[in-house]
Design a protein. Sequence first.
Length: 171
Amino acid sequence: MPVPTVTLLRWQFDLTWSLFDYHLARLEPADFRWEPAAVCWTVRPDADGGWTPDWADVEPDPVPVPTIAWITWHMGWWWSVALDHLRGRPARRREDVRWPGPGEATIAWLRDLRAQWLAALDDLTDADLDATVGFPWPPEAGHTVTHLIGWVNAELMKNVAEIGQLRLLRQ
């Protein structure tokens, strides 16, 4: 019996999340802003008491090594925008996605994004999966919601591996 597409994509997401949850449960606040290399991207305190992520519109050479703080901000950004597209809302600008800070606040933020994502997946119909979506590609690319979900799974998998490796190196 064939497995429905959304069921397979949800299984893949859940598998990746279980690997992430292993690392989330072990992260300490000091892990987030640990700089593993001389050239790295992180989030920095700003004048408003919040955090500003390092960013360049053209990738620097050498490519900076991201901190766990930067990776978690980046996850929150791409995931929030993916949710906006999936829910048919105006997409947030990168500058509008604020990192909550090191420790439990960020872990809770990511877990909330997971809950929102799963709720959005639960609302999808087969017809929804075939609808075109313009993120993270340009609208004219013709990619579908199915592509978006697969991309989220791949991006999550990559970010989980990066965070896990950084956490292990710091230990």
